[in-house]
Design a binder for this molecule. Structure first.
Ligand SMILES: NC(=O)c1ccc[n+]([C@@H]2O[C@H](COP(=O)([O-])OP(=O)(O)OC[C@H]3O[C@@H](n4cnc5c(N)ncnc54)[C@H](OP(=O)(O)O)[C@@H]3O)[C@@H](O)[C@H]2O)c1
Length: 295
């Protein structure tokens, strides 16, 4: 595919890598962002920046006009305020889908492994609502569902480690969770964008590692030079956070509830089907992203 790709969420962790890969293949890219300064690292001959918010249907329509494909890598999980999974992951994506239908464009929607109508997590329910709206829209579309991004969690554990190098783990930290590198997910998004034969299909991608947070935290600490034990925010503190400060700042409530779910539910994953279909996808391990320093 050549032509023009609209990337909503193009300024984000995943979106930035998707934009880079599209540009490398000679595809023109329009990045939709609420703040063009966040797209400064992407600006180039093949990249145009469009200021807009997916919660605004008019902005979505204008952003997608003239594009051959609309790629959605947005989420509203982190807030604040009215930026929520409901307003961004469901309604914003529906605006993009409507815009794509009007423009005759295809859609690639990034969603989450585990998205379902009765999920305890609002984000997962709203991703599922967007997937359902997409299926009903008749727009030629491909869905890419991913497990948790390794780079995000490595960054958060690194940020909380402090001077004593003890990363903070939410909950018991004993539940195995599948982590995937953004690099692998971006490669899959790029493959499906380029391959119209994937329209009407859904692909799930995870990484080679099912790790507990304690294990990932230990790897982060060791990578920083010293093997130390993580600190824990116990489950009762997470419940309290969800029910007190979470009422005033809903994004903190969402984070606490998500942490409780990730600490308890089955978050393991094996994605043989997707990797069989795309055997050349990278399969990045946590150890590759966190090489241990030489002693
Ligand atoms: N992080 C994970 O562990 C994970 C796991 C599975 C799936 N995913 C999915 O992967 C995709 C990318 O996630 P990420 O972690 O790379 O995201 P990220 O780095 O947190 O970036 C979020 C992006 O969403 C955009 N956005 C948010 N609200 C918007 C709005 N109202 N209008 C327009 N754009 C808006 C932001 O754009 P501006 O700020 O520039 O406006 C930004 O580019 C998302 O669909 C996410 O649900 C993530």
């Amino acid at each position: 595919m050549t032509g023009l790709a609209l990337v909503a969420g193009g300024t984000g962790r995943l979106g930035t890598q998707v934009v880079t890969q599209l540009v490398a293949r000679g595809v023109g890219v329009r990045v939709l962002t609420r703040d063009p300064q966040r797209a400064a690292h992407l600006v180039g001959e093949q990249v145009e920046v469009f200021r807009g918010d997916v919660r605004d249907p008019t902005a979505a329509t204008r952003a997608v006009a003239g594009a051959d494909i609309a790629i959605s890598a947005v989420h509203g999980f982190a807030g604040p305020g009215r930026t929520t999974p409901t307003s961004v992951d469901r309604d914003g994506n529906i605006h993009l889908i409507d815009a794509a239908r009007a423009a005759g464009a295809h859609v690639v929607l990034v969603s989450v492994v585990g998205a379902r109508a009765e999920s305890p997590m609002e984000l997962f329910r709203m991703k599922y609502a967007a997937e359902t709206a997409l299926a009903a829209s008749g727009v030629p579309a491909t869905i890419v569902r991913s497990t948790a991004f390794l780079e995000l969690w490595i960054e958060l554990l690194t940020l909380t480690a402090g001077r004593r190098n003890r990363p903070l783990v939410f909950g018991r930290g004993q539940n195995p969770i599948n982590f995937v590198s953004v690099r692998d997910v971006a490669a899959l998004v790029d493959r499906v964008v380029a391959d119209p034969a994937t329209r009407g299909q859904r692909f799930e991608i995870g990484g080679p590692d099912n790790l507990t947070f304690d294990r990932l935290a230990s790897m982060v600490a060791a990578h920083r030079g010293e093997l130390t034990k993580p600190r824990h925010l116990p489950r009762p503190a997470l419940y309290a956070m969800a029910n007190t400060v979470g009422r005033v700042r809903p994004e903190l409530g969402r984070q606490a509830r998500a942490a409780l779910t990730m600490d308890r539910d089955d978050m393991t994953f094996s994605d043989d089907a997707t990797r069989t279909r795309f055997p050349d996808l990278p399969d990045t391990t946590a150890a590759e992203l966190l090489p241990l320093p030489r002693l």
